[in-house]
Design a protein around this ligand. Structure first.
Ligand SMILES: Nc1ncnc2c1ncn2[C@@H]1O[C@H](COP(=O)(O)OP(=O)(O)O)[C@@H](O)[C@H]1O
Ligand SMILES: [Mg+2]
Length: 296
């Protein structure tokens, strides 16, 4: 798979005397990949994210977007178009008084011809699931709907990569779920590369790869299973693990023979079924039913 983003030994400091916010970090994100970035507050996640579309430039090292250096001013326009950013607060990202105008805003600034603009805005609103609200006022929408309007605005630019910096942090569970579904669909069906910074372990568990940062460096990296089985290590980094992984870890420590590397509810339910009945859970659907059973 081709490289989408590449940070090579980058260091960034906000003030010359300060400790680096990003400290000699290297990370490659492949085209089409879905990478989650975790880490305690202040560990440098947002600083790293801002390097991916040249909002910040590294003090040492290089960042490339499909091979283009973010330090190359001639490529700034291309880079910003390839890598779209979505931030935490939806209210700060809304600029127009009607949804479809908001989605069109950045395109208008690019000077895209009206016909093509109409097509791209409609397509982006459908892709982000906000087409039905297109004539509404953004401030009347829920947080999750507003975030999807922001995503539509970015998608209208036809980016190859979306960087979401805690884009679900201010949303209620339903808004979060819908934004997550939208982002996963953009990744799966449209091949858009995703870098998602999140505090929610369940969101990270659904990524292809999880990167855990600590003090400006990568502390841990791997598939969700590889990362979340390291419960003690994650706790030392002041992070949680998905609840299912925590339960399995506690049961293992208490002497129950739980399998290694269970990180989601379905897997946990299937393992408990096996433990309690001595048989395999008949199928995944059944595992879901077991998971949904009320506790006695
Ligand atoms: N604009 C800024 N000016 C000075 N220091 C900052 C600024 N933004 C972040 N920092 C500092 O840089 C470090 C990393 O911050 P940040 O990248 O925002 O971390 P995270 O997103 O993981 O919470 C922290 O110590 C933070 O206080
Ligand atoms: Mg941050």
């Amino acid at each position: 798979m081709k490289e989408m983003l590449k940070a090579d030994q980058i260091t960034f400091r906000y003030a010359e005397t300060g400790r680096p916010a990003v400290d000699g970090l290297s990370l490659t994100v492949r085209r089409g990949e879905y990478v989650a970035v975790l880490g305690a507050n202040g560990c440098g996640k947002s600083t790293l994210a801002k390097h991916f579309n040249a909002i910040l430039l590294p003090e040492t090292g290089t960042v490339t977007v499909e091979g283009m250096s973010t330090a190359d001013e001639d490529r700034l326009f291309d880079i910003r178009q390839k890598v779209g950013m979505v931030f935490q607060n939806p209210d700060n990202q809304i600029v127009a008084t009607v949804v479809e105008e908001d989605v069109a805003f950045a395109l208008e600034n690019l000077g895209v011809p009206p016909d093509e603009m109409r097509r791209r805005v409609d397509e982006a609103m459908r892709m982000a699931g906000v087409y039905n609200y297109r004539e509404k006022a953004p401030h009347k929408l829920s947080g999750g709907q507003k975030q999807r309007v922001a995503i539509a605005g970015v998608v209208a630019m036809r980016p190859d990569c979306l960087v979401l910096d805690e884009a679900t942090a201010m949303l209620d569970p339903i808004g979060r779920e819908k934004v997550m579904r939208t982002v996963h669909r953009l990744n799966r069906e449209y091949g858009i590369t995703v870098v998602q910074i999140t505090h929610y372990m369940e969101e990270a568990a659904a990524a292809d790869r999880v990167v855990v940062m600590s003090e400006g460096k990568i502390a841990l990296e791997g598939t969700p299973t590889e990362v979340f089985r390291q419960v003690d290590r994650l706790r030392a980094l002041r992070l949680d693990v998905p609840q299912a992984a925590e339960l399995c870890h506690a049961l293992t420590q208490a002497g129950c023979p739980m399998p290694d590397g269970v990180i989601d509810v379905e897997g946990c339910a299937a393992a408990l079924y096996r433990l309690l009945t001595g048989r395999d859970a008949p199928d995944a659907e059944n595992a879901k039913e077991v998971a949904a059973c009320p506790q006695p």
